[in-house]
Design a protein around this ligand. Structure first.
Ligand code: AMP
Length: 193
């Protein structure tokens, strides 16, 4: 693993613990010599994360579509900033540049991005690990719902387990390092779980 893609809020959220978690993940990446790939913004916990990694001498690659470079306030001090022509190209580029995907707390954009990376994993389009950093129980409700999707037999347990959940960045990165994508088909046949 060389680079980790982190999806996270372009806002800071209600509690200081969210920005603190972004700093913790940034430190854990630099300690392991891992580069950060993210959306390229200077705002929200996205900005906190990038500033932490840069401040510790780490590598940060931002990827942002032209249309939101101004709106989202692109970070001007990154190791590299890729400007793409569309949101789809942005997400594809972020995925290509990364060996793993993590979501810190965030809003709709964060959810969409991590779900896309996970659903590509489920289809076998890549074999890279995906995870949630469940800071202060932020994702508890979502995790309960995901377990419900398994109980209702729309998702296989093996596919549900592909999304690794932890409240600790070092634990999450350790689990990424030994991740092996399961060889399962996503479709549930009679009697399977
Ligand atoms: P948010 O979690 O909504 O604060 O957004 C976090 C990041 O996701 C930002 O870099 C947004 O540009 C990005 N984003 C927002 N909406 C979408 C979307 N529909 N698809 C992909 N990325 C998005």
């Amino acid at each position: 693993m060389k680079s980790v893609c982190v999806y996270c809020g372009s806002n800071e959220g209600r509690l200081p613990v969210y920005a603190e978690a972004a700093r913790g993940l940034g430190r854990a990446l630099v300690e392991r010599g891992l580069g950060l790939v993210y959306g390229g913004a200077s705002v929200g916990i996205m900005g906190v994360l990038a500033d932490t990694v840069l401040g510790l001498g780490g590598r940060v690659t931002g990827v942002m579509p032209e249309s939101i470079v101004r709106k989202e306030v692109a970070h001007r001090g990154l190791t590299e900033l890729h400007v793409t022509s569309s949101m789809h190209e942005r997400k594809m580029r972020m995925a290509e540049l990364s060996d793993a995907f993590v979501a810190l707390p965030g809003g709709i954009g964060t959810l969409e991005e991590v779900f896309e990376a996970w659903t590509w994993a489920q289809l076998g389009l890549h074999a890279k690990p995906c995870g949630l950093l469940n800071v202060a129980g932020y994702y508890d409700g979502l995790i309960a719902f995901l377990d419900h999707t398994v109980a209702e037999r729309f998702v296989k347990e093996a596919n549900r387990s592909m999304l690794i959940v932890s409240d600790d960045p070092s634990d999450l990165l350790d689990r990424f390092a030994c991740y092996r994508a399961p060889a399962v088909e996503k479709w549930i046949r009679n009697g399977e779980t």
